[in-house]
Design a protein. Structure first.
Length: 244
């Protein structure tokens, strides 16, 4: 865990420990820091400087309890200086700090690229969603307009047929009324003739014959129209249906 910096350099134990080496996990004075960076093995080490330095908890090699100094590219794992000799002697090694910086840079670039791709994808999805909704609205509008057109057309056609049926009904009722009037008149004539024939029973034969002949002529002159079979307006309905 974080702890306060030691008051003295952990190398010479004389100067103030104001420089912390992140790779070695040690405090250096200014002079020891310069010497440390001149060494080939530690020239790339990084320092934290200041009067109040908090050292971070470091992970150590579980086998040797040493700080990790290198990164094995073959095994893709950090190793301490002892591991480089014992287990990774022929492996490709790189400085741990440099590998970390490189990995962080690569990861940052990869994430940035994916963020850019994600933004483009989100923008594309939003545009396609908007375009799709507009298409749906257009289709619904077309369907509604088409439905209203056919509805109005059907309503107009229905009203036209209803009026046609009503007109034919009036004609048929007028014809039936006229026919009914004719048959009532004929019926009344027949009743009167029946009465006359009975009254003629007492008339002398010669006179009776003349009256019967005249009556025969009158009966023969009546031309009754034949009443249509079934409904009187059946023909009119068939005519209307043929117009559909």
């Amino acid at each position: 865990m974080a702890q306060a910096a030691a008051s003295t350099c952990q190398i010479c134990t004389g100067g103030p420990g104001q420089h912390y080496c992140q790779q070695c996990d040690q405090l250096f004075c200014g002079s020891c820091k310069l010497s440390h960076l001149r060494a080939k093995i530690s020239k790339n080490h990084t320092f934290l400087s200041g009067p109040n330095i908090n050292k971070e908890e470091k992970l150590l090699c579980t086998e040797h309890k040493e700080s990790f100094l290198f990164y094995c590219r073959d095994c893709e794992t950090p190793v301490c200086k002892i591991c480089t000799v014992e287990k990774h002697s022929r492996h490709l090694m790189t400085d741990l700090t440099r590998s970390t910086v490189q990995l962080r840079s690569e990861l940052s670039k990869n994430i940035d690229a994916k963020v850019t791709t994600s933004k483009l994808s989100l923008s594309k999805i939003e545009k396609e969603t908007k375009a799709y909704r507009e298409e749906v609205k257009a289709v619904i509008k077309t369907i509604t307009e088409e439905g209203n057109y056919w509805k109005n057309l059907i309503d107009t056609k229905v009203d036209s047929f209803v009026r046609l049926v009503q007109n034919e009904e009036q004609k048929a009722l007028q014809n039936m009324s006229a026919l009914l009037k004719i048959y009532r008149g004929v019926f009344e004539n027949y009743q009167q003739w029946q009465k006359n024939i009975k009254e003629m029973e007492s008339i002398e034969d010669t006179l009776l014959l003349q009256k019967l002949r005249k009556l025969k002529v009158d009966v023969g002159n009546i031309d009754l129209k034949q009443i249509p079979k079934g409904r009187l307006c059946h023909t009119q309905f068939k005519s209307i249906q043929a117009q559909k």
